[in-house]
Structures are given as C-alpha cells and as structure tokens.
Ligand binder design. Sequence first.
Ligand code: PA5
Length: 470
Amino acid sequence: MKRSLLKLYYKNTTAEVIGEEHGITKEQFENLAKITSPVTDLLDAERQAGKTPYRQLPYKTENLKNIQNLAADLMNQGCENFVVLGIGGSALGNIALQTALNPYMYNLDSDQRKGPRLFVFDNVDPVQLSSFLDWCTPQLDKTIFNVISKSGRTAETASQLLIVRKLLTDKLGAEGFKNQVVATTDPEKGTLRAIANDAGLRCLQVPDGVGGRFSVLSDVGLLSAAICGIDIEELLAGARAMDSKVSEKDFYKNPAMINAAINFHYYNQGKKNSVMMPYNYALKDLSDWYRQLWAESLGKTKDLNGNDVFVGPTPIKALGTTDQHSQVQLYREGPNDKLFTFLQVENFENDLEIGPEPQCAPELGFLAGAKMSKLLNSEKKATEYALLHDKRPCLTVLFDEVNAHTIGQFIYLYEVTTSYAGALFNINTYDQPAVELGKEATFALMGKEGFEELAKKIGPVTKIDENYIV
Ligand code: PA5
C-alpha cells in the first residue's frame, strides 16, 4: 500500500484562471491567510482543552486490538452477514468506508470478499427492511446486527432494534438476541446502554464528546470496516499523517486551512453551494458522508455571540461522470453560485482496456485501445475545463491511489476543514439543535409520553387542508 499524501489543488479558484469577478486575487488570499491563521491557535487550544476529542481518535491505537478481537470472535461464531443499524453519523461513515475500500461486487462474490456481507440500514422503510429480513431470517444464526446509537432513543435505530430483537427472540430465544447483537453506544448512559446491559450484549463505545458525524474513526466506523477486511490501522495512520499537515501554522502549507478559507470566501461572495464530485465510484459515498459533516456542522441560526446569522453553505453530492449527463448543464449555464470540489485518482487498483472499434463504427476509433482510467480522468479534466470556461471555481483533491491510508487522510482533512470553517463562520460546529426538534416531533407523533403538548402544535400545521389539493 502506497502511503502517499493527498494534495489539494486550488489554482482553479484564483483570479489568474477565472478572472477577478469570480476568482480569488493574491490580495484576497493574503486577507484570507490573515483571518484564518489565528484559527490554528484557537483549534489547538480547543484540542488541548479536550473540547474536540475527535482530533485524538487516530491516536487511539490501543483500542484497535479490541475491535480486531471482536471482529475475529464474530467470524469464529460463523458470521456471514454483518448488519449495521444506525442513522446519520452512525451509518454514513460505515457506508463510505465500505464503498471506498472494498470491491463493488463485495456482497455478491465470495471470491472478492474478505469478510461477511455488509448491509447498512439507515432508514425506516418497511418494504426495504422486510425484503432483507425475509432473506436473512433462515440464516439468523449467521447474522450479526451491530446497532449503533449514542443515545439509543433515535426513533429509526430504536425501531429497527426492536424489530430485530423480536425476530431474534422469537426464532432463537433470549440467548439468540444476546449472541447476534453487538451494541455501539455511550459507555455509561442512554437507552441503548440500558438495553445492552440488561441483555448482556457485547458492546463497543461511541466516544464521549464525539458527535456522530466526527465518529467514523472510532468504534462506530471501525468494527464494520475491520470485519469486512479493511485495514483499520492504516486508516488511523493516514489520519495521523494528515494531522501533521492540518496542524501546520503556515496558511499556504495547511490544506484544511486553505480549503476552509476558500469555502468561506466563496460563501461570502454569494457562492453558497459546495459541490463535491468524485471521479471514482469508490469515493462516491464519501461525498455523502461529507454532506452530513458540512451541513450539520455549518448550518446554524446563531453565531457564538448569540446573533442571528442563518449561515451555512449547502453541500451537494455529484458523481463524475454520471452527473455530467445530469447536472453539468445547470452547473455551467445556471447561476454562478457554486464552488466545485473534484476528487481525482491517479492510479487505479484495476484498469480496463477499451476494445477495438467495429468496422462499421470507425468514429469510435479514438476510444479503442485506451485505458478506461484515462477516459475517466480525461472526462474530469474536460468538465473542469468547461466549468472554468464559464468562470466557475474548482478545487481538486488529488489521490495518488485509493487505499485505507488515503481514505483516513481524506476523512481527517475534511473533519479539520469543517472545524476551520466553523471557526471562520463563528458558529458552534459541533451541535445540531435543529435535528433535535424533528426527532422530538417524531416522538410526539408516535405518541411518546411527555410530548403531548408538542403533538397538539404539530397537528394543525401538518394536517392536509383539502382546499389546497388539486
Ligand atoms: O452527527 C450526528 O450527531 C447525528 O447525525 C447522529 O449521528 C444521528 O442523529 C444518530 O444519533 P444517535 O447516534 O444518537 O442514534
């Protein structure tokens, strides 16, 4: 595995390339350096004070043995299906790691698989879950459910757990529930902790003070990764390597600082949308993970002084080349209100040579014999060129290759970029008060005790008014 470092390429945001109206001038970069550089000390102080424990996750190597031992125990127990029950920060990282680091046909082809099949349920769709449970019920003894929830009272995860608990207890008895479920939750408190203690479940921890969206490099993301054959030591090593880069004091040497500053600049210039567009299928779910990280961390009503600011760039996920045929018309000719971040890979794990052109189609000769990776990266460059032609600013994160080390780096780079951006926006990066109201409203609508008053308020607002139906 190559341990090369990720690079952030930012020339295509400069005035030199896209002009002064949309590009960043040297003077503006100097100003950004001035306002962003002091944030490094602020983030360091927060870290030293233990306020951002996610920064230390890559150093918790002593914990890896626990995770690997548990993964080995589960395999010895005959685990063929590993099912994550979780939502938001308790699922998106797991999905992203799996898509990035395991083959596309992992679940279907046992030859391509180093561990059990992996399924992640981060929704409460009865049709989807029934289909899965119908398939897996005859093999429940070969299925491990990893329920991940810091609180345990998140309605989605709790409902999945209760369904699975009943199924397991009905089919395999109380012992079955105990043997087939692993809980990842708060070390001491919360609903899931109580259930786990009561049933004697094996447990891992959601570390204290680490919000779901910053938790992928903890037990939350690492158990499913480890059991599916992902090198979790390399993931953490990559994050540590990136920690040195994002701890640099020099603005021009610190990719998190520059990335956050550029995003902050464009937000203030009216480019309030941030599109992440990987040109590599393996990286596709990292942009989904990024979408939650960016949105929940930076979308805030109040700043730290209590002023109303209603701030927050809107993260958008796209995939090259798929979305060239779906979104690029808008991206080029629609409003110039977006910053683009491409993810580009230099060396692919596997490649294909495009076959010869048929005699009747000589116009396809330009493709014949070329590597598919060359076509993919040419399409990235072509899209970037087309966007730059229309003065749309573009960043690129350059991966030498996709492996556990570079993915660990990427995760840490974006987590720290988010901390820088939150500090620039002067908001609380780590809370998500707006998500809570929706969770409580669900409790109210489902008749939970203590939420009666809220239920009364929701009724009139959400009741269908027949006068407005056509
Ligand atoms: O990032 C977050 O904190 C959220 O997305 C949570 O992960 C999500 O709401 C699930 O919460 P819990 O882990 O308590 O079930």
